[in-house]
Unconditional design. Structure first.
Length: 355
């Protein structure tokens, strides 16, 4: 029946020697992010499908799925965590097969709630150890020293919040580069495992598009700063297989999210970045985002995002910025502008932070 197990994207190559039933473990057993386990679907909620390595597979009650424990931070969806100890019920926190315990949900999801699961058993290797996707891949991470960023030009795609348009901005930026014959790569550095963002960037013209899943992370929420920096260094090295002139690096969620804020306030990390593009959903988020970034010593090279779909919102932002003596006039780029290659290539001195 192994071929009927629906494996999340982190579990595609996982072939456990055997399963360890939860009942065989101590009630105080410490579950770790990245632990792989087999679950039975007991109730369908928000996630009606699981993203496997090949496609989205529809879920039904009674299905067996293989997933990885991980935390999730998604302001428009779920907040969830890896439980400290075994539970009677688990929740599907992300469509890529990310499992944990729900802490909170956006009000639009309160009625349907999460897809609910019960554990069949932890996946174990030949030595009887629980298989962990992070510990399997983490030895491959390079030590961060900033040397890889020095070999290319890194453009950081940031947003005011989840669903502010930063992924679309990054993808269309790659599209514009491709139309100009400029080779670019895309990296999703933080977030929750799901291939939609990297697939969009690749489809739109990135020569290569990869993310943190390559190194076993179900999500990057609550990971340490050094882990993220090492991951950044390693993913940059990986995209050099195509020798890109630009690498567009997307950081998930909004400016105040833990990992985003942590990286943006790290001067060593920011000094590896060539330019920043900031996306937002409305005019207030755009101008206040610029203020926040400026307070952190960062000035974006351009603004984009959902607000650029409205000529009136663009006008509001332009008028505000033109009235401020302390802020430069920033390019505001629509998707058409990005496609036409209007990115300010020569604008490089974007940040004030010093290592």
């Amino acid at each position: 029946m192994e071929n009927r197990i629906k494996k999340g994207i982190l579990c595609d190559q996982i072939k456990p020697n055997h399963l360890i039933p939860q009942t065989e473990l101590s009630p105080n057993h410490a579950i770790q992010a990245g632990d792989i386990a087999l679950f039975e679907v007991t109730e369908i909620g928000k996630h009606t499908q699981i993203q496997t390595a090949g496609r989205n597979m529809t879920l039904a009650i009674g299905d067996l799925i293989m997933g990885a424990f991980g935390a999730r931070y998604a302001t428009n969806q779920f907040e969830g965590y890896v439980p400290e100890h075994p539970q009677e019920e688990y929740h599907m926190l992300g469509g890529g097969g990310i499992i944990g315990i729900l802490e909170s949900a956006h009000s639009k999801l309160e009625k349907e709630g999460p897809t609910r699961l019960k554990m069949v058993g932890f996946a174990a290797d030949q030595s009887g150890q629980i298989i962990n996707s992070i510990s399997q891949e983490s030895p491959k991470l390079k030590r961060f020293d900033g040397s890889n960023a020095a070999k290319t030009k890194v453009i950081l795609s940031l947003g005011s919040s989840m669903d502010s348009g930063k992924t679309t901005t990054a993808a269309f930026l790659c599209h514009g580069f491709a139309k100009q014959g400029i080779k670019s790569a895309y990296i999703k550095l933080t977030g929750t495992a799901y291939p939609k963002d990297r697939n969009l960037a690749y489809d739109m013209g990135a020569g290569i598009a990869i993310d943190f899943v390559n190194y076993g992370f179900p999500s990057t929420y609550l990971r340490s700063e050094i882990e993220l920096l090492n991951l950044y260094e390693t993913l940059l090295e990986d995209v050099f297989s195509i020798d890109p002139e630009y690498v567009v690096v997307e950081i998930a969620d909004g400016l105040f999210q833990r990992e985003t804020k942590m990286l943006l306030q790290n001067p060593v990390f920011m000094n590896t970045v060539h330019q920043v593009v900031f996306s937002s959903g409305d005019s207030l988020a755009a101008v206040q985002g610029v203020h926040t970034l400026n307070n952190w010593g960062i000035m974006p090279a351009a603004l984009s995002g959902l607000f650029t779909a409205s000529p009136l919102l663009i006008k509001e932002v332009r008028e505000y910025l033109s009235e401020r003596q302390d802020l430069p006039t920033l390019p505001i780029l629509t998707l058409e502008d990005l496609t036409l290659g209007k990115w300010p290539i020569n604008k490089v001195n974007f940040h004030l932070l010093q290592a």
